[in-house]
Design a binder for this molecule. Sequence first.
Ligand code: ASP
Ligand code: MG
Length: 435
Amino acid sequence: MERVARILEGDPHTRLGVVLSACRGVTDALLDLCTAAEKQDATIADRLEAVRKRHVVIADTLLDGASRDEYIAILDQDCRNIAGILETVRMIRSASRNVRELVAGFGEIWSTRLFVRYLQKRAKRPGKIAWVDARDIVVVDWGSLGPTVRWDESRANTARLIPQDAGTLIITGFIARDAKGLQTTLGRNGSDFSGSIFGALLEAEEIHIWTDVDGVLSADPRLVPDATVIDSLSYNEAMELAYFGAKVLHPQTMAPAVMKSIPIWIRNTFAPEKAGTLICEKPDSKLAVKGITSIDKVALANVEGAGMIGVPGTAHRLFGALRDNGISVILISQGSSEHSICFAVPEAEAEQTEAVVRQAFDSELRQGQIQSVEVTRGCSILAVVGDGMAGSHGVAAKVFGALGTAAVSVKAIAQGASERNISVVIDGKQASRAL
Ligand code: ASP
Ligand code: MG
């Protein structure tokens, strides 16, 4: 918190919106409490007390006098409320979704209430410092793709409730409200999403995501020691890379910023002097390839049969069956002969995938129109990402040439028409070598 305060005090902007997450591990601890209550675990009270104590210790370190006492009084009241909720859960032996969402959100309330007092006490930021409860502002609907923001309502709340005279707003990350007014969250790690939502609502000039790495890296540094920080990325490149394992930013996080063309900086809290990575609409960069990433623990499924040739609807049935069973497909490739379709799924779903596909094409398999359904486990996907690949030539040749020289055999290939991503499926054992 001291570090964060110093970063904010060093920022030249007079108006800042600061979205904070919970203290480390608190959200997990709160969710665990719900699960423990369902199991009628006897340690609930002690565990809740441990979470409370952590905040008391921080408050004792950073605050004093009435400010400290006030903070603890609200914290204690919250903990009493949580204990009541957990007691109910213990009796029912089941925590509903609403209960979990409510309990999980206290971490952000506690961290921001504490931090706002601390920043006020230091008195080094220009202007007024105000606390903003995101539940009063952000309204979301939860659908199958996660939370979607109700922008009109959220904008109206912003205009009505955000103090115009405040220089620094300390905002709770992660939590929001649904259309019925019930407290909800934006999903795990949702504070980055909150940051982007508030960036859009407050029409920010820039969004800075403060994390614990120097920026988005060109490859996983554990596998590629000479991986470097990418200085700039387009939104699209960042989304491709985010999907393929560069876990710095969830693609969903970017959407509100993209909508308003707000540049996003990825910065390191522990090295604020470093520039970080800029993610924006049109970065000026001459690199054709920005990053190479991989996803491990993938299974490659191959459906093969002469009966599929020229028959419309095979892919529809195949992927429809996977959808009906909640299996998400990572990569798809079908050659123009239409003799086979192959696709990749998470390895954990390999068995179910095989069963689902066999069932969907049961009669075709028996009649021989489809000859085989094969699922190979232990694969990895390597993805080469960069906007600059579009319209340029020779990148694919370089990728496959390098893999060939390294004796890495390629099992499947996919490149979308955007030409922004070339993906290859390889044996997982060769993944770090390939990378
Ligand atoms: N505290 C929330 C979580 O742990 C949100 C966040 O950290 O971004 O998921
Ligand atoms: Mg977090």
